[in-house]
Write a protein that binds this ligand. Structure first.
Ligand code: NAP
Ligand code: MG
Length: 403
């Protein structure tokens, strides 16, 4: 059988620990037998980041800017313990943070859903994708404990001489104080990424803030989205039959719970942090959450939402066979290959990505699954619990009958 050809390299970012092991299995069993894989390879594993003084991470992000599509394995974000474990010369920054800063992107997370695992919210039938603005607000806030009676003011000094100052509160007792900010440029990028991703996935886009209470801050988010939508995306949305819909965050929460799913929910930074944990937990398992970073100029970086699964890796190192779920990492590959195929006009590559995902779903529908899912399936469904490689091989068997 002739392998499927690729015309443009896919940026491949390898990673750490258990997911690095799974990465190789996926390539060996599910990709390379079928596709003449053309990647530009960057090893983001911690030893190589240390060796290159993290240059490799920057290079991989620049390559993504150049080629437009990347697939990333989970990577260790060093902390004190990792600095010792890997004998690091510096506590290198989170690769995801570095890549996100360079691509100026927004992260979209959606669950992979299967028939035998019912979401906790019974009426959810389709995935709900959370788009989280990953810049500013409470994550970059300045805060104080107010120790005593006194006056707090909010002031600004412009380069051009603009000045304003307002009393926040006359404290009659101790309390707390916090200053937050965001930037128009970042909100504009967030909006473009959301509208572009809605078009790319042909889904409705919801956006929610608390603009009735936050009449300048949240209102700015609302107005920027509205303006960009009307000027640049409305026609395309109408042509595709999808809608852009703004509502208050409280109303959004109620509507989300009552909905069937099948849309993108864009959230400010804090709302997105909280809501993505709610949505992923209600859908089932972290191992089934996919994640894609979309830049405002339409570059895509696909990955799993989970980390390097350290606990399983230590077992693996002791020679134990693990039942780590590779689904989200496989979907990172299928997502990236599909996008590459779409951009390069390679129908057979797009078709392969669809078939790979279908083979994964078929395997799970046949009751073959990793341990983490076994406890989640509906009563009465017959399941076979397998290890990672057995699971991947079962997918390969099904895939081979369709390509
Ligand atoms: P994690 O790797 O997501 O794993 C946490 C736990 O969730 C695991 O111990 C496992 O539970 C379960 N789990 C996650 N993915 C699974 C899968 N595919 N199959 C089965 N079970 C799965 O989070 P962590 O242990 O907090 O972090 C480990 C490392 O990953 C850290 O160094 C962190 O910096 C890094 N990290 C990287 C990224 C990224 O690159 N995007 C994201 C998050 C964390 P059981 O042990 O109960 O089976
Ligand atoms: Mg969180």
């Amino acid at each position: 059988m002739a392998k499927i050809k690729m015309t443009t390299p896919l940026v491949e970012m390898d990673g750490d620990e258990m997911t690095r092991i799974i990465w190789q299995m996926i390539k060996d069993e599910l990709i390379c037998p079928f596709v003449e894989l053309n990647t530009e390879y960057y090893d983001l594993g911690l030893p190589e980041r240390e060796r290159t003084r993290d240059k490799v991470t920057f290079d991989s992000a620049y390559a993504t800017q150049k080629y437009g599509v990347a697939v990333k394995c989970a990577t260790i974000t060093p902390n004190k313990q990792r600095v010792e474990e890997y004998n690091l010369s510096e506590m290198w920054k989170s690769p995801n943070g570095t890549i996100r800063a360079i691509l100026d992107g927004t992260v979209f997370r959606s669950p992979i859903i299967i028939d035998s695992i019912k979401p906790v919210v019974r009426n959810w039938k389709k995935p709900i994708t959370i788009a989280r603005h990953a810049y500013g607000d409470v994550y970059k806030a300045t805060e104080y404990r107010v120790p005593t009676k006194g006056t707090a003011t909010l002031s600004f000094k412009g380069e051009d001489g603009t000045e304003f100052s307002k009393t926040i509160y006359d404290f009659e007792c101790p309390g707390v104080l916090q200053g937050q900010y965001n930037k128009d440029s970042s909100i504009i990028s967030f909006a473009h990424s959301c509208f572009k991703y809605a078009i790319a996935t042909k889904q409705d886009l919801w956006f929610s803030t608390k603009d009735t209470i936050s009449k300048q801050y949240d209102q700015t988010f609302k107005l920027i989205f509205e303006d960009i939508y009307n000027k640049e995306y409305k026609a395309k949305f109408e042509e595709l039959g999808i809608t852009y819909f703004y509502t208050l965050i409280d109303d959004a929460v109620a509507r989300v719970i009552r909905s069937e799913g099948g849309y993108i929910w864009a959230c400010k930074n804090y709302d997105g942090d909280v809501m993505s944990d709610m949505v992923s937990t209600a859908f089932g398992s972290l191992a089934m959450m996919t994640s894609v970073l979309v830049s405002p100029d339409g570059k895509f970086e696909y990955e799993a939402a989970h980390g390097t699964v350290t606990r399983h890796y230590y077992k693996h190192l002791k020679g134990e066979v693990t039942s780590t779920n590779p689904m989200a990492t496989i979907y990172a590959w299928s997502g990236a290959l599909r996008k590459r195929g779409e951009l390069d006009g390679l129908a057979d590559l797009v078709d392969f990505a669809d078939k790979l995902e279908a083979a994964c779903i078929k395997t799970l529908d046949d009751g073959i699954m990793t341990k983490d899912l076994v406890g989640l399936v509906d009563d009465g469904v017959k399941v076979t619990s397998v290890n990672t490689l057995e699971f991947i091989k079962a997918i390969r068997e099904r895939l081979a009958t369709t390509v």
